[in-house]
Ligand binder design. Structure first.
Ligand code: AMP
Ligand code: ZN
Length: 477
């Protein structure tokens, strides 16, 4: 498989550290608010990567953190702790906020068929681990204490800016947002590992440490949780493009300084979902959540389909018009799958199955070309083969796409049947059908007077009869 690697700035052949096994780490949500559909684009595309690796036969172990402390409003360690901000907004405790929005995040993921990672680790559960790594960084000369906080000294590294191919605007999230600079830093790029002398006296969550009572910085969380759960060598680390700098850059700095060797081989970054008005926001404009889409009548899996239609390394523009187009395309697709389930299935044609499966796999092997993978799905529907082959291929592709295509087609058929049964039990319909039957018999017996009488009776009931070669049909006005 070829995977674009932000470290080498090209598509690299994916070769895991251990044959047949993949360790994968994902930056999890900061649980101070609902996830917006932009955040969820990142998680959908990372889910596709994980599922494709499993599809290829790898034994994947994936870990995600939950940021419930330490992520400040500016990614560059300044501003206010986002969790505290959320707690103040809702007049609840930080832990209540964390619990509520963690549950909400996984509920959204479930609606989007995003698999829960094998391990989900809240940052607040790993404080001892953070202290251990920070202590070692100080001992090794990579960290210093200043003004009560512990900082990572970026000047001690041969190379700090490892991902230098990003555009200014992609990095903009990481730079200061009108908050005052930190004079304790020896170098501009240094970052906080542990806050003790916090500017925020009301910080709710604080822990004892060798440097005084305080709390961890955001970046150290991911390094420590990844090393603790996935070991010293990581295969793939994922996140949205805004995480590349400073978050992932800092993760690499501190992990490799601690380990003394290369840490992660592949860095996968999902580009942003934007609105027609620009950047997606949780505070300005319409706060686009999965629940909002549902309230407006959209199926969350149509949003997943919309994301799959474009490449993860291109920014994507969300608009209701675009989502309407995705809905129409998805419904058209389902309309082609429904008849397959009603037809005589036949046998699976293995030659056709293998050829179409190869096409699908090759699309995803090429740096997750999901739009081409969706095209392979249309090729299945167009193929000159048995319904059994097509149904089996759709199931096979859905191991990665996770659009529930066959299940949705079967549900539509069940719904159709239930509606027909309901209609058959409706006294009004039963009356119409028995009168039509009686009229048919009257005509057979040449009792045209009775046949006309029945027609008139039905007309009075608001029913128009249509005699066709196949028999009498009717229309209710
Ligand atoms: P956060 O909860 O802010 O830590 O972000 C969760 C994930 O969403 C991170 O991987 C971010 O990089 C990613 N992300 C943030 N905004 C967007 C966006 N507009 N489009 C895609 N991913 C995003
Ligand atoms: Zn992270």
């Amino acid at each position: 498989m070829l995977l674009y690697n932000s470290l080498t700035r090209k598509r690299d052949e994916f070769i895991p550290n251990e044959e047949g096994k993949v360790s994968m780490y994902t930056c999890g949500p900061t649980v101070y608010h609902y996830a917006h559909i932009g955040n969820l684009r990142s998680y959908i595309m990372e889910d596709v990567l994980e599922k494709h690796l499993r599809y290829l036969g790898y034994d994947v172990k994936r870990v995600m953190n939950i940021t419930d402390v330490g992520h400040l409003t500016s990614d560059a360690d300044e501003g206010e702790d986002k969790m505290l901000k959320g707690a103040k907004r809702e007049k609840k405790t930080v832990m209540d906020i964390a619990r509520f929005y963690t549950d909400a995040f996984f509920a959204d993921c479930k609606k989007l068929n995003i698999k829960t990672p094998d391990e989900v680790v809240p940052a607040t559960s790993c404080i001892d681990e953070f202290i251990k790594v920070i202590t070692s960084l100080i001992e090794k000369g990579f960290a210093y204490e200043a003004g009560g906080n512990i900082y990572f000294d970026t000047s001690k590294l041969e190379e700090y800016y490892v991902f230098n191919d990003f555009k200014e605007e992609d990095l903009a999230v990481g730079v200061r947002e009108g908050v005052e600079g930190d004079n304790n830093k020896r170098n501009k790029a240094d970052f906080v590992l542990w806050f003790t002398k916090s500017k925020f006296d009301d910080q709710e969550l604080k822990w004892e440490s060798p440097w005084g009572v305080g709390y961890p910085g955001w970046h150290i969380e991911c390094s420590c949780i990844s090393m603790k759960t996935l070991g010293e060598k990581l295969d793939i680390h994922c996140g949205g493009i805004d995480n590349a700098f400073p978050h992932h850059t800092n993760e690499i700095a501190q992990s490799e300084a601690f380990l003394g060797h290369k840490w992660c081989n592949y860095w996968m970054h999902v580009h942003h979902l934007n609105t027609t008005g620009g950047k997606m926001s949780k505070s300005k404009g319409e706060f686009l959540t999965v629940s909002l889409l549902e309230e407006k009548g959209y199926d969350p899996l149509v949003y997943r389909f919309f994301c799959l239609q474009s490449h993860y390394r291109k920014s994507l523009v969300f608009s209701y018009e675009n989502l309407d187009n995705a809905t129409a395309a998805f419904n058209k697709l389902l309309a082609k799958v429904i008849p397959l389930h009603k037809a005589e299935k036949g046998e699976i044609d293995t030659a056709t199955f293998d050829a179409l499966k190869t096409k699908f796999r090759e699309a995803l092997d090429n740096d997750l070309n999901t739009s081409l993978a969706v095209t392979a799905l249309y090729d299945v529907l167009k193929a000159n083969t048995t319904p059994a082959t097509k149904i089996a291929l759709i199931d096979d592709f859905d191991r990665v796409l996770s659009l529930d295509i066959n299940a949705k087609a079967l549900a539509a058929i069940e719904k159709e049947k239930a509606e027909a049964a309901e209609k058959a039990n409706d006294p009004f319909i039963m009356k119409i059908e028995s009168l039509i039957e009686e009229r048919k018999n009257a005509k057979k017996e040449k009792n045209y007077a009775r046949a006309d009488e029945i027609r008139n009776e039905l007309t009075a009931m608001g029913v128009t009869l249509i005699d066709t070669a196949q028999g009498t049909q009717y229309k209710i006005d």
